[in-house]
Write a protein that binds this ligand. Structure first.
Ligand SMILES: O=C(O)CCC(=O)C(=O)O
Length: 273
């Protein structure tokens, strides 16, 4: 089941979910491995991110994309976000409206495990069905699947997920499903969300990007939050999970330094930067 929490304009302005909505979002996430939050970001901020993202990466050749990130499907690339305006502020890496929910799910010592975007270019076919990380204990699937949440992807589409652009296909509840289920799945639930919304997805949830039948690249920001002991041992052989230079790290306000405890400083020395 897909639970959709509507963020009221007043809550968005205050940067805080009401107590009942916070509890609803937490319960939905724990039960289904997934919750959507409609209108969780200021549309003007999302537009700034979209424009900056297109300006920065829109003209990249395939070679440059391969140098900056990794291919995650047909015409689909994951890149580490540059730690520069407008991607370098707490309104994106520590959104006030979402942090209480992330703390409830992942504890007070939550860290940013990776800070990326996945872009499906026009003509991209459907992505393969997958989880974002192998189970923690492959030799004991039941133990792995019944652990509390330990890593959560916050997905922030920079344009509408709809029939025109395609979206993400999810299997609610599959964060508790065994690998034998992965082989038997039939139809999933296509997420349709206006830009400015977000969804939280457990690291064990089955999903795949849908085809992009439109004419525009479809970037979704892919921010992974985790318990401080978790290390993503699977996705980051080709690029850093957080592209953070020592100078950028020094600019992070004291109150948010803890979020970056797992991020090793990486030089930002690519020609496209
Ligand atoms: O493109 C999308 O909609 C989602 C991509 C995705 O989920 C992934 O690469 O794991």
């Amino acid at each position: 089941m897909l639970v959709e929490v509507q963020v009221a304009p007043d809550d968005l302005r205050r940067g805080r979910l009401g107590r009942a909505q916070l509890a609803e979002a937490e319960a939905a996430y724990r039960a289904h491995g997934l919750v959507t939050l409609h209108k969780a970001f200021d549309p003007a901020f999302i537009r700034r991110l979209e424009v900056a993202y297109a300006a920065r990466f829109g003209g990249c050749s395939e070679d440059e994309l391969a140098r900056l990130g990794s291919r995650v499907g047909d015409e689909r690339w994951m890149l580490s976000l540059p730690f520069e305006d407008p991607f370098d502020g707490p309104e994106l890496y520590a959104p006030a409206l979402l942090m209480p929910l992330l703390h409830r799910l992942l504890g007070e010592a939550v860290v940013l495990s990776s800070y990326c975007a996945v872009t499906s270019f026009p003509g991209a076919g459907p992505q393969h069905l997958h989880l974002d990380h192998p189970l923690l204990f492959p030799e004991d699937e039941q133990a792995s699947l019944h652990l509390p949440p330990y890593a959560t992807t916050v997905v922030i589409p920079l344009l509408d997920l709809d029939e025109k652009n395609g979206g993400t296909m999810v299997w609610p509840g599959s964060h508790r499903a065994t690998p034998s289920f992965w082989k038997r799945v039939t139809r999933g639930t296509p997420l349709r969300l206006p830009a400015g919304s977000a969804f939280l997805m457990d690291y064990r949830l089955l999903h795949r990007g849908e085809a992009n039948p439109g004419h525009l690249p479809r970037p979704v920001l892919y921010l992974v939050y985790a318990r401080p002991w978790f290390r993503d041992a699977y996705n980051f052989r080709d690029h850093p999970p957080v592209r953070l230079s020592p100078e950028a790290r020094a600019r992070i306000p004291e109150a948010h330094q803890g979020l970056f405890a797992a991020a090793l400083s990486a030089p930002s020395g690519c020609s496209a930067e």
